[in-house]
Design a protein around this ligand. Structure first.
Ligand SMILES: [Fe+2]
Ligand SMILES: [Fe+2]
Length: 392
């Protein structure tokens, strides 16, 4: 997954015409793990701990995770105590906060939608480690918690709120032809996957309208045809994402599912300044589409069903395209807008560095360096007819 992140960052730099970006260190303080020492779990008087079915070298975690000890404590399941081993076995194994940070990163990359692993795992607590009985593996006793991982693609935001349609049953108009394998799933797993893919479908469906509005907004500011065309192409791709998601949701649910009417106001507000459009583009496109691409790639790395893999492969590639488009739009807005655009983006950069959000690695390794480089590269423009125009 770090490879996908590097590739995405290179693609974005290329799309922006920027030089290769330097990789910053992982943000200190981004780790949500709490480091504590828990002697009973480590080897010694409290009883030797053995790990049966620990997390794999690829960072996958899930239902097979089991920890047992000679004292009789045993935990098997999707949540609770587990042994987590770091990829690549760094030497020496990190301890304390650096270990927590490495584990948090690895768990983020293992966020999956898969018949066996339908949710994300977050690090709740690092109990102890590296464990004495497996020094070559850098393994730790941890507690994880499950958290759903929504596709954070381009949202449709109206008056500060994310808008989606409500799901309706019995209508397969928004379903493509994908047929995931149900034979290895029980009813609870099917229901969970149906809800997850329905939620994804609704967000993808709303993204269609979000790109349509972006195209109109760009036109009100005199944007070139390449950017307007990019928005229309992205909107069509989002229709495909929505149809694929509803197809999977329908099969898992055992009934057709699709979106109802999109609840939009009669007078849909549009950004009324370069500055406003630039900030929306950064937040909804540059950040969210990058997170969406990485999320899809992480889920793809864990998925085994051919239909699910096909859907996620397409989403990962096309969300990367959408992130590229957003950065190209942002560059144009910065070039064409007045000093207020730069001031707004400078302030946003400060906020991004201060608050790491729900995907600190993407922010610190992709968004912040891209934005810094863009601000360094684009020189303030003389006022033009376009920059001084205000939409009616
Ligand atoms: Fe999408
Ligand atoms: Fe997208």
């Amino acid at each position: 997954m770090s490879r996908f992140r590097r590739i995405l960052r290179s693609r974005l730099a290329l799309a922006l015409g920027l030089p290769a970006l330097t990789l910053p260190a992982f943000a200190v303080g981004a780790c949500g793990g709490k480091t504590v020492i828990d002697p009973p779990i480590s080897s010694g008087a409290g009883g030797a701990t053995t790990a049966v079915g620990t997390t794999t070298a690829s960072g996958q975690v899930g239902t097979s995770t089991t920890v047992s000890s000679s004292s009789g404590n045993s935990c098997t399941g999707t949540e609770g105590s587990a042994v987590l081993c770091l990829d690549g076995a760094p030497n020496p194994c990190p301890e304390g906060d650096p270990a927590s940070q490495a584990l948090v990163k690895q768990l983020q990359l293992a966020c999956c939608v898969d018949p066996d692993r339908p949710s994300c795992f977050l690090l709740k607590e690092l109990h102890c480690g590296p464990m004495a009985q497996s020094p070559e593996k850098c393994c730790y006793a941890v507690t994880t918690q499950i958290e759903g991982c929504a596709i954070p693609g381009r949202p449709l935001v109206v008056d500060g709120a994310v808008v989606t349609a409500t799901a309706v049953c019995g209508d397969d108009a928004w379903c493509s032809e994908w047929m995931p394998d149900l034979s290895i799933l029980d009813s609870a797993q099917r229901a969970q996957l149906a809800e997850r893919w329905t939620a994804d479908g609704l967000l993808e469906h709303a993204s269609v309208a979000s790109f349509s509005r972006m195209a109109i907004a760009l036109m009100t500011f005199g944007a070139p045809p390449s950017l307007v065309d990019g928005c229309h192409r992205a909107a069509r791709q989002e229709i495909g994402h929505a149809r694929d998601a509803f197809a999977l949701a329908s099969v898992y649910a055992g009934e057709a599912r699709g979106p109802g009417r999109l609840p939009l106001p009669a007078n849909l507000p549009l950004p009324n300044s370069f500055e406003t459009l630039a900030i929306e583009t950064l937040r909804e496109g540059c950040i969210n589409e990058a997170i969406a691409a990485i999320d899809a790639a992480a889920r793809l790395a864990c998925a085994t069903d051919p239909a699910v893999r096909a859907v996620l492969t397409r989403v990962a590639e096309e969300e990367s395209e959408h992130a590229e488009l957003a950065w190209r739009c942002l560059r144009w807005l910065l070039e064409q807008g007045d000093a207020s655009v730069r001031r707004a983006l400078d302030a946003e950069l400060v906020n991004l560095k201060r608050h790491n959000g729900n995907d600190p690695e993407t922010l610190s390794q992709i968004v912040v360096p891209c934005l810094e480089s863009l601000l360094d590269t684009v020189t303030p423009a003389e006022p033009t007819a376009i920059s001084q125009a205000t939409p009616a």
